[in-house]
Structure formats: C-alpha cells, structure tokens
Design a protein around this ligand. Structure first.
Ligand code: AMP
Length: 282
C-alpha cells in the first residue's frame, strides 16, 4: 500500500492506473478509522481494481474550532487497518497542500444543504463540497463510497455531482453499528464511559418509532422520539426531522413520500459530543 502526501504524487499514481485501464474507487475519510469506514473500503476493494482512501481532517467543513482541534487523529493505526483491508493507496495531505489559497468557492444545493445539518452547522456542506469536489478532480474515480450514517451528506454530494457533471457512481453504504446499536463514529472515542453508556438510547428510540407509523401521525412519531431521548439524563435532541429521503424536506403525512427517513442529532454529555444517526421508515 502506497502512502502519498501531495497532490502531485497522487495524480502521478492515478495517471499510471488510468493508463492500465484500472477502475478506481475513492473512499473519502477524516481518519480515526473504525469498522464503519472499513465497510466502505472493503466494498470498494471488491468492486474496483484500485482503492484510494483519503485521510484528511478538512478544516473548511468545521464550523466549531474546538470540534476541529479535538477531532481524533490516528494516522498510523489508520494505515495499518487500510493495508489489512487491501487498499491500494492512502492520500494523507496537509491542509496547506489542499488549500494553498483559501477556497472561496460557494456551493449551494437547496433544500438538501439548507435543512437539518445545513441549518445547524452553517457552512458545513460548503466545506464538504469544497473537499469532495477537489478529491473527485484529483482522483477522477469510477465510484465514490459514502456512508448512510451521513445521510444528508450523500444527498448534497449527489446534487453536486449532477451540477458539476462529475462522471462517477455514488455508492451509499449502510450504517455500521456497535453491538448495542450506537452508530459507529470517530467522535465516539471522545465519550466518557458514562456518556458511552447512555448514547445507545438514541438508536433504541429510533428503532422503536418505526412501529409507530402504523398507528401514529408523523408529528406524534417525531415527538415520541424526542421525548424518549430527552428523558435520558445527559442526552438532548438538537433536532429530529422525518423527511422525504430524496429531497430531505420534512413531511407531515406518511404518504407524502415514497421513501421516508428520520434524521436526528443529539448532544451527549457535558462537553457536549454531537451525535448523529438516522433510520428508514419506508
Ligand atoms: P468521516 O471520517 O466521519 O468523514 O466518514 C467518512 C465516511 O465514512 C463517510 O462517508 C461516512 O458516512 C462514513 N461512515 C462513518 N461512520 C460510518 C458508519 N458507522 N457506518 C457507515 N459509514 C460510516
């Protein structure tokens, strides 16, 4: 497995792979890798000749300086895991390498980037589009792998791909969870033992609510989830929205959309750690 830190080295390797007509899968990550990331990488290794994994804590997508400073960084362990999974190449650049000049590009794909995370983390999806568009331009992958843990992110990236006419397939991958249901996340390592113990209540409430759709309205179901989670000391729901899975617009009637997703963000503990999760209703 090759580890490169510069765009020039990355592009030179990509050019060689393309010359050999090899298919390329790209897995963008911010490192501190876990089994959720591993599932994306394994899928790419299965479906492509070459798998490129980027490990880059992208500063432009953080709207909270402390969150950026505290974000876990474990490049050595990440590379060991990626090698064991059969990745071809790791791209681990510095921020200066990616942004030699401030990125002034503005991306706007309403409503996908204005609701939920877009509303509560201003500028977040603009930063995501900045880094992902650069990675797509550098790597020119045949397939890009993204986790459904960041359900809204996939919708925003699909909108960007359509807008900028990137020629690749976006491959959504299911959420990988801990045994107790907590969605795996790099930020989980920041939870105290006590916080880690209460965090699974989020997915428990989501799962329980799936059955409610037979007997309850969308609004009642939404409130049931919020109340159940807020009843746990140390957890506080920032938002819970039940949305059309394609447009991400909130629905008021179960029949309003063909596919329906519930998307949640919860503050856990004193710091607090911001945890996101989502569930499919239909
Ligand atoms: P991140 O390093 O958090 O930016 O995540 C990199 C990619 O891994 C994104 O596409 C995430 O959606 C995906 N990912 C993160 N956690 C999980 C998980 N628990 N299950 C599936 N995919 C995940």
């Amino acid at each position: 497995m090759k580890i490169v830190n510069t765009v020039a080295e990355l592009k030179a390797s990509i050019a060689a792979f393309k010359q050999q007509n090899k298919t390329i899968g790209l897995v963008p990550t911010m490192g501190a890798l876990h089994q959720g990331h591993a599932s994306l990488v394994s899928r790419s290794v299965k479906e492509n000749d070459v798998t490129v994994v980027s490990v880059f804590v992208n500063p432009t997508q953080f709207n909270d300086k402390n969150d950026l400073a505290n974000y876990p960084r474990t490049l050595e362990a990440d590379c060991q895991l990626l090698e064991s999974l059969g990745a071809t190449m790791v791209f681990a650049p510095t921020a200066e390498e990616i942004y030699p000049e401030p990125d002034t590009r503005q991306f706007s794909y309403p409503p996908t980037d204005t609701v939920m995370e877009g509303a509560f983390r201003p500028g977040h999806f603009n930063g995501v589009c900045q880094i992902v568009s650069k990675l797509f331009m550098f790597v020119e992958p045949d397939r890009g792998y993204f986790g459904e843990k960041d359900f809204q992110q996939i919708a925003v990236i699909r909108a960007m791909v359509k807008d900028l006419k990137f020629h690749l397939q976006i491959v959504p991958c299911p959420i990988v969870r801990e045994a107790d249901g907590l969605a795996m996340s790099s930020r989980n390592t920041l939870l105290t033992a006590q916080e880690r113990q209460i965090a699974p209540a989020i997915y428990k409430a989501l799962r329980r609510s799936v059955n409610l759709q037979q007997t309850h309205t969308v609004e009642e179901t939404k409130q049931a989830v919020i109340n159940e989670i807020n009843a746990v000391e140390g957890l506080e729901v920032q938002y819970y929205e039940i949305v059309d899975a394609e447009t991400l617009v909130s629905i008021t009637d179960w029949n309003q959309a063909e596919h329906v997703q519930g998307c949640i963000t919860v503050f856990c503990g004193h710091t607090p750690i911001r945890l996101i999760d989502n569930i499919n209703y239909k």
